[in-house]
Design a protein around this ligand. Structure first.
Ligand SMILES: *[C@@H]1O[C@H](CO)[C@@H](O)[C@H](O)[C@H]1NC(C)=O
Ligand SMILES: *[C@@H]1O[C@H](CO)[C@@H](O)[C@H](O)[C@H]1NC(C)=O
Ligand SMILES: *[C@@H]1O[C@H](CO)[C@@H](O)[C@H](O)[C@H]1NC(C)=O
Length: 469
């Protein structure tokens, strides 16, 4: 009845979306109201839009105050919920007692009948009659008391439930408000909005490795410090490389169908290759030594130089730089993986230099009409399987919410992913330096089965290759 729901309420409050994760009790994820400084780093700029009025400080202050109020409300509600848990326990105890008492009552009644009927000694009957009568009255009162208590608890629960709904609504409204403010965020807006999104055919000059061409600069490369650029390393996971840049590889003729084709043609040097996808040519990093070579890198994080909190359009066509952090693009990956079976290799490295891998023996993305839904095969590896939970899920971004959670997972986790409700992994979150991060929500670059959801990994990469026959 009400008792199990009563007990579930505090959990709901504390764990947010974890309700949908009964199949995976190991991981629970917290969604708490975002209350964070609005800095350029958390801003995302969408497609060019008319210059909005700048956010003024008073608006932000007002928002902060509202967030504070809501947090206080949440805390109150949590306390209430805990108190109600105690009431529920009492009700249970009372109910048990009342069951015991009814049994005793039946016993007494039987005894009374037994004593009254056959022997029929008048004095004995009167003596026995007095005891059961008062016992009956007492029992009746206790049962009534217990029933009243149960009713009070139920009423209290309904009250709490209503309050919870109300609060949940507030939270979702606030999410919208924050999203709006972030769109207006200073620093993210201004200059970058003049830059059109990258074309579907990013032209990467042959000298790109190490250069600072504008080709991939469309997004937030302004955040890159020169130091980060010199630190940028090569390789899928930027395995320790000699200082300075590798000798610029002799540019392999292209464009290639994919990195595997270039590898078969004898190109054994990892680097930026041009790939032909339909009528378009895209640049991608080919990993030609690792595990047999022929890998096309479709995602890489290594230094936080690129903002992954961006729009559907960007995730569709790709962003970042093939020789650094980048996302190849959902459309290119869909096209690559629709040419035949592919495998997906996920490489992870924590801040202690510990590496792990996860291999999926089949991987493809459905077309955009199906929101680039994820199709995964069997998992193998030592990282732990944090992606199968996302199998058959559509891709969600902050502006295209297709997750199975009532809120917007991409907003909380700050990056596009095949969210469920919400995630066991998100390699497109915020690149927090140092691993364990302080954030009100789970927005790091994480793979829960490897280092947990509250640990932001240092280096990650996703690579694909045609499956071996
Ligand atoms: C800031 O915005 C509020 C409400 O939008 C407005 O009342 C106030 O005048 C604005 N302040 C400045 C300095 O623009
Ligand atoms: C029932 O409740 C009343 C008032 O709350 C109390 O005085 C009485 O002792 C209770 N009776 C039993 C049997 O617990
Ligand atoms: C891989 O997945 C695709 C799409 O789901 C499927 O058609 C294909 O048969 C799978 N291949 C293998 C070897 O399981």
């Amino acid at each position: 009845m009400a008792a199990p729901r009563l007990r579930a309420l505090p959990l709901l409050l504390l764990l947010g979306a974890s309700w949908a994760q009964t199949a995976a009790p190991r991981c629970t994820y917290t969604f708490v109201l975002p209350a964070q400084k609005f800095t350029g780093a958390v801003c995302w700029s969408g497609a060019a839009r008319p210059a909005p009025e700048a956010v003024n400080a008073s608006e932000v202050a007002a928002l902060r105050m509202r967030v504070g109020q809501h947090e206080a409300l949440l805390r109150d509600l949590q306390r209430l919920a805990a108190a109600d848990g105690a009431v529920a326990g009492e009700v249970r105890a009372l109910r048990k007692e009342s069951r015991g008492l009814s049994a005793r009552l039946g016993q007494l009644r039987a005894q009374l009948q037994h004593e009254a009927e056959p022997s029929a000694g008048p004095s004995a009957g009167a003596e026995l009659g007095a005891e059961p009568a008062s016992a009956l009255a007492l029992l009746g009162e206790r049962v009534l008391n217990a029933t009243a208590e149960a009713q009070r608890a139920a009423a209290r629960f309904h009250q709490l439930d209503a309050k919870f709904q109300e609060l949940a609504q507030l939270v979702s409204q606030q999410g919208g408000l924050i999203a709006r403010l972030e769109r207006l965020c200073p620093g993210g807006a201004g200059e970058q909005q003049q830059v059109p999104p990258p074309p579907l055919v990013p032209v990467v000059p042959l000298t790109l490795v190490g250069s600072t061409s504008n080709a991939g600069r469309s997004l937030d490369t302004a955040l890159e410090s020169p130091r980060d650029q010199t630190l940028r390393q090569q390789g899928p996971l930027a395995s320790p490389s000699p200082a300075g840049r590798p000798a610029s590889p002799t540019k392999p003729a292209g464009p290639w169908q994919d990195c595997a084709e270039a590898h078969q043609a004898g190109h054994r040097q990892s680097g930026v290759y041009e790939l032909r996808l339909g009528r378009h040519v895209v640049s991608a990093w080919c990993e030609q030594q690792l595990e047999g070579g022929g890998w096309t890198v479709i995602q890489r994080r290594q230094d936080g130089s690129v903002n992954f909190f961006t729009t559907w359009q960007q995730y569709k066509v790709g962003f970042g730089r093939p020789d650094g952090e980048y996302w190849l693009g959902l459309e290119p990956v869909h096209q690559l993986t629709s040419r035949g079976d592919h495998e997906l290799l996920v490489l992870l490295e924590d801040w202690g230099g510990r590496g792990a891998r996860a291999l999926y023996d089949n991987f493809s993305l459905e077309p955009e009409s199906d929101h680039y839904r994820l199709r995964l095969g069997q998992y193998h590896g030592d990282a732990g399987d944090s992606l199968s939970w996302h199998n058959d899920k559509p891709f969600s971004t902050v502006d295209r919410d297709r997750d199975s959670y009532s809120g917007n997972c991409a907003l909380y986790q700050r990056g596009g992913w095949w969210y469920h409700a919400c995630a066991h992994s998100n390699l497109n979150g915020v690149w927090h330096r140092g691993g364990h991060y302080r954030s009100r929500y789970q927005d790091g670059v994480y793979w829960a089965e490897f280092r947990g959801g509250a640990y932001s990994l240092k280096k990650v990469a996703m690579l694909i290759r045609p499956a071996r026959l």
